[in-house]
Design a protein around this ligand. Structure first.
Ligand SMILES: NC(=O)c1ccc[n+]([C@@H]2O[C@H](COP(=O)([O-])OP(=O)(O)OC[C@H]3O[C@@H](n4cnc5c(N)ncnc54)[C@H](O)[C@@H]3O)[C@@H](O)[C@H]2O)c1
Ligand SMILES: CC[C@@H](O)/C=C/C=C\C[C@@H](O)/C=C/C=C/C=C\[C@@H](O)CCCC(=O)O
Length: 258
């Protein structure tokens, strides 16, 4: 899928991985709606990107993925501005084990909310052009991060939701491919003050540190490159792409369908 003049929506786009996703999509010719709960950072980034890529290429929309209403309004504004939605990156996420219900609401329910509301604009069954959705999970969605049980649960949920939705899309004829990214540790703000983010598991900070040393830390640009692959490669649907310092790998899951 060529990205020239395609419209992408990226959630949690004001910084970190979402910012890198936004940039690679712009570099490849897409126009991008930048959705984020942080208005200051979102507006600052949009101003910077406008200078580099042109004001008509980006649109900042203040949006909390915990709110169905706000996502709905942001998608509507994107469609009014750019004429449709071709690519959705459900990327917004947090790590804070002390506010566990909030992690579930943002990391897992935010992905489900975003996907269901985007179908109304993207699905060929409701007059959309089809396209591609990429969800950001984590390696923690494949193997447990002991210091973060709820974060692990949300990311496992995102992997399962993505794979089931991809199969549902193929069988139903939505015309939408749905894939999931599973990065290991990535150098962003989410990795700062790790011990404080672990809540009742702060005593396991050392275990996390050992894991970080074992599998290494990658850069946001490595994740953005993998996003581009999942967006552009039309053969990919229902895939989980794991990446860490050792490299990237499509995950093989057990098959129960035969
Ligand atoms: N950093 C890592 O090591 C790592 C590894 C694997 C997966 N991830 C996942 O990647 C995604 C992005 O994380 P990051 O490392 O870039 O984090 P980050 O903290 O650098 O950026 C997250 C962005 O999401 C926004 N955000 C937070 N809550 C939101 C909400 N309710 N609605 C809308 N926007 C919201 C923040 O304002 C911020 O701009 C997350 O889903 C995270 O779980 C991160
Ligand atoms: C803190 C941000 C969070 O999103 C990052 C988590 C990163 C890793 C969590 C870790 O517990 C996950 C391990 C997953 C392993 C899955 C499969 C293994 O086969 C990988 C093999 C690794 C290796 O070759 O050493």
């Amino acid at each position: 899928m060529a990205l020239n003049d395609k419209t992408a929506v990226v959630t949690g786009a004001a910084m970190g991985i979402g910012k890198a996703m936004t940039e690679i999509l712009l570099q490849n010719g897409a126009q991008v709606a930048i959705l984020d709960v942080d208005k200051t950072a979102g507006e600052r980034l949009t101003e910077e990107l406008n200078k580099r890529y042109g004001a008509e290429k980006t649109l900042f929309l203040n949006c909390n993925v915990e709110s169905e209403e706000q996502i709905k309004a942001a998608f509507q504004k994107t469609v009014e501005t750019f004429g449709g939605i071709d690519i959705l990156c459900n990327n917004a996420g947090i790590l804070n084990e002390s506010t566990w219900e909030k992690i579930v609401s943002i990391n897992l329910m935010g992905v489900i909310r975003g996907t269901y509301l985007a179908l109304e604009h993207m699905s060929k069954l409701s007059g959309g052009r089809g396209g591609v959705i990429v969800n950001t999970a984590s390696m923690a969605g494949l193997g447990p991060l002991p210091s973060c049980p709820v974060y692990t649960a949300t990311k496992s949920g995102v992997v399962g939701f993505t794979r089931a939705m991809a199969a549902a899309s193929a069988v139903s004829g939505y015309g939408i491919r749905i894939n999931v990214l599973c990065p290991g540790f990535v150098q962003t703000d989410l990795m700062s003050n790790m011990s404080a983010r672990l809540g009742q598991f702060s005593h396991l900070a050392d275990v996390t540190q050992q894991l970080i040393e074992k599998i290494g830390i990658i850069n946001v640009s490595d994740v953005a490159d993998c996003l581009l692959e999942l967006v552009t490669d039309e053969t990919k649907n229902g895939e989980a792409l794991m990446l860490f310092r050792k490299g990237k790998q499509y995950v093989t899951f057990p098959s129960f369908s035969e």
